[in-house]
Write a protein that binds this ligand. Structure first.
Ligand SMILES: [Mg+2]
Length: 372
């Protein structure tokens, strides 16, 4: 039997051999920064949000269980989660991950004397999650806010999408873009006061050798899933996404089996579950956290003491970046979520409209600060 990548919930991949031999005895480690002192009631919380399917068994239902466990994204689903959550428990979570808007003064006070650098996820952060991934447009107000932010701070978009696609959504040349979960990084095509005019544009593609394989797998997935109504395969250049948001739940198992059958021939790839999406990517040590570190260096912040990264994102893939900030004890991670989730982020915002308010407030604060 060909050794193949296995599915694990959300974005946490475990090597197949390990997963088969040793069923996970405990939950994946995502220590919230202040959980020990604030006493999160983890048992009930984990039951609600982190239930682990039987990864070790390799049963077909494993993947479907992971798909069901993926985050609710529609307002309807989110509110259903909220209503099922005990108030006290959600409030508990908010004490650990307070609103970045309500605690705005604390956030900016922590950045005193340091250069703030902004990192923004796209889907679910700058634009709402929608059924058709090609129509995940950001509002003009959000574009204005991001444009204003970029006037004052070096700013990067870090997305799972293909870099060109996310650029076509955002359409701001003064930003850094990291597409394919950070595997495709490019600098601004329009110089700003934060970019040296003679500097080479950043361009880093750590998985370039996988390009022919990804193209091959993309074609195979399109062919195999063409009869699954509502499914959609997206080629993000260095990663592939199989969207199942519009697929009836009763055929999720068929879809997952088809995807699994294609991937059985590609042990170099791994499969993870995101928000109503199966994602296929090269098994290399690179993620949004590595991209954040690479960008910080590229932008010129070798002296880490003088930089204050702010990363805003909504998905499991953003946890890699939150974790880097935690480990470095630097900057802040802000999770966009309407419900409690295990996270390494320090603060939270409920939805893109709150992200917009936060960005505008940041610009206003900076302008005021400049006048002093
Ligand atoms: Mg997102």
């Amino acid at each position: 039997m060909v050794k193949q990548s296995v599915i694990v919930p959300e974005e946490i991949a475990i090597p197949a051999a390990v997963a088969m031999a040793e069923p996970p005895a405990h939950l994946p480690s995502f220590p919230p920064p202040r959980s020990s002192s604030l006493g999160l009631r983890r048992a009930g919380y984990n039951k609600l949000f982190l239930s682990q399917p039987d990864v070790a068994s390799g049963r077909p239902s494993t993947l479907v269980d992971s798909m069901r466990a993926s985050s609710p994204t529609h307002p309807k689903e989110a509110s259903a989660f909220l209503s099922s959550l005990p108030d006290a428990e959600y409030k508990d979570w908010l004490t650990q991950h307070p609103s970045a808007l309500s605690n705005f003064d604390d956030v900016v006070a922590a950045s005193k004397g340091k250069q703030m650098v902004m990192f923004l996820d796209y889907d679910g952060t700058l634009a709402p999650i929608v059924d058709d991934p090609d129509r995940a447009f950001m509002s003009e107000q959000m574009r204005e806010a991001v444009r204003d932010v970029a006037r004052h701070f070096p700013t990067a978009i870090v997305s799972g999408r293909c870099r060109n696609k996310v650029f076509n959504f955002v359409r701001l040349k003064e930003l850094y873009y990291a597409g394919s979960h950070g595997m495709d990084i490019k600098g601004p095509s329009k110089s700003t006061k934060h970019t040296k005019s003679k500097a080479n544009p950043v361009l880093f593609q750590p998985a370039s050798e996988f390009l022919p394989m990804m193209d091959e797998v993309y074609k195979a997935l399109v062919e195999k899933t063409k009869f699954i109504q509502g499914s959609r395969v997206e080629n993000n250049t260095f990663t592939l996404s199989v969207h199942y948001r519009c697929v009836e739940e009763k055929i999720w198992n068929s879809l997952s089996e088809l995807v699994r059958s294609v991937l059985s021939d590609y042990p170099e790839l791994r499969l993870t579950v995101g928000r109503k999406v199966l994602e296929i990517r090269p098994s290399i040590e690179w993620d949004k956290g590595k991209a954040l570190e690479f960008l910080l260096e590229s932008i010129g912040f070798v002296n880490y003491n003088n930089v204050f990264p702010v990363y805003i994102g909504d998905d499991r893939t953003d946890e890699d970046a939150f974790k880097v900030l935690c480990e470095r004890g630097q900057g802040v991670g802000i999770l966009v979520s309407k419900f409690a989730k295990e996270t390494n982020a320090s603060y939270s915002l409920q939805e893109p409209s709150e992200v917009n308010k936060f960005l505008r407030r940041l610009v206003a604060w900076k302008k005021l600060h400049l006048k002093e």
